[in-house]
Design a protein around this ligand. Structure first.
Ligand code: NAP
Length: 328
């Protein structure tokens, strides 16, 4: 018997935004499914400690992810472990969300909370030695570098935070940044500069990552961004944190986005495709935090619910009323 894959709302991705959307959809008594290819938690799983989520002065990323998931499940959302390949809107107005296994979910609304993928440096050695010294996840791989000298590449919040975290294991962490000033928030910068195990290397661009005969990383070739001089940096690990690319490629057809590819939405988190909402790290906005992700998701889910109500009342293309709600 084929599964009935008709839902009120399909949510793509189970990071903080997706899990919050799942919770709100459940509370609204919508028939809702969250589709996630891996473990629930998204970027929470790549963050050791969260200290900026209200109510939790200090909580492990993994623990917060577990709490988000059980909270969403409590209100009845289903979670299916599958990889979404395509989201498309048919002429009838129904969305089809298609997985790599060939399952097709049908729904009048979709909330995309698929986050992003780490940006690659694009230098020789990076992909060849991924998992052999090159990593994009400190919490996953940090413990392999106990007592080692490693390098972190980047100058944003992620690079600063993870450098600090990695000093739990590594003897020394070079923080390699292409400019002379970190982009990271001041509190994270302070933590970096006060940590004696972190050695910043300014104005330096990675040219190549080398490995020994066993294929394990042992050296990084850096180029000075000002003098163009090259130097070798001995390191057995390279953790790359140079930002994320939003996972928007699954959406078929033209969709509004900014110059970096993040989805643009209105105040209701609705994208340029009517009935398709976006929340979390793939949405164009000032900052990307757990707090903003769940805020987006709250708005998106309530807006999606109002959109559904308007559809059920007979509107074929519900319009947003002046109050910011849908005219029903
Ligand atoms: P980000 O803020 O975009 O920073 C990326 C960093 O990588 C920048 O310093 C950038 O250099 C550098 N970079 C970019 N491309 C590079 C290249 N090809 N080669 C070398 N360096 C390169 O990214 P993020 O740190 O991943 O943070 C993403 C978002 O998540 C941000 O909004 C951030 O606030 C948030 N976040 C927050 C926390 C927290 O609050 N605890 C933790 C992690 C992430 P330039 O500075 O020269 O551009």
């Amino acid at each position: 018997m084929p599964e009935n894959l008709d839902y009120d709302v399909v949510i793509v991705g189970a990071g903080p935004a997706g899990l919050c959307a799942g919770m709100y959809a459940g509370r609204a008594m919508l028939k809702a499914v969250l589709i996630e290819r891996g473990a629930s938690g998204g970027e929470l799983l790549n963050t050791e400690i969260i200290e900026d989520y209200p109510g939790f002065e200090h909580i492990d990323g993994w623990d917060l992810a577990q709490k988000f998931e059980s909270h969403a499940l409590k209100f009845g959302v289903e979670i299916h472990r599958k990889t979404v390949e395509t989201v498309r809107k048919l002429d009838s107005g129904t969305f089809e969300t298609i997985t790599d296994g060939g399952d097709t979910y049908r729904s009048p609304t979709v909330i995309v909370t698929a986050g992003g993928t780490p940006i690659k440096l694009g230098v020789p050695g990076e992909l060849e030695f991924a998992g052999k010294g090159v990593s994009y996840c400190a919490i996953c791989d940090g413990a392999f570098f106990r007592g080692h000298t490693i390098a972190v590449i980047g100058g944003g919040d992620a690079a600063a935070e993870e450098s600090d975290f990695l000093t739990r294991y590594a003897e020394k962490v070079y923080l390699v940044h292409r400019r002379e000033e970190l982009r990271a928030s001041k509190i994270l910068q302070k933590r970096v500069f006060e940590n004696p195990k972190i050695v910043p290397i300014w104005n330096s661009v990675v040219e190549r990552i080398d490995a020994d005969e066993q294929g394990l990383v042992n050296n990084i070739v850096l180029r000075d961004a000002i003098t163009a001089e090259r130097r070798d940096l001995t390191a057995s690990g390279v953790f790359i944190f140079i930002g994320f690319r939003p996972n928007t490629g699954i959406i078929e057809g033209h969709i509004g986005h900014d110059s970096s590819g993040y989805l643009t939405t209105d105040a209701n988190m609705e994208t340029s495709i009517r009935g398709l909402f976006a929340a979390g790290d793939l949405r164009s906005q000032l900052t990307r935090q757990v707090t903003t992700a769940v805020g987006d998701a709250t708005t998106a889910t309530i807006a999606a619910e109002k959109y559904l109500t308007a559809l059920k009342s007979g509107q074929t293309s519900p319009e947003i009323a002046g109050s910011g709600g849908y005219a029903v």
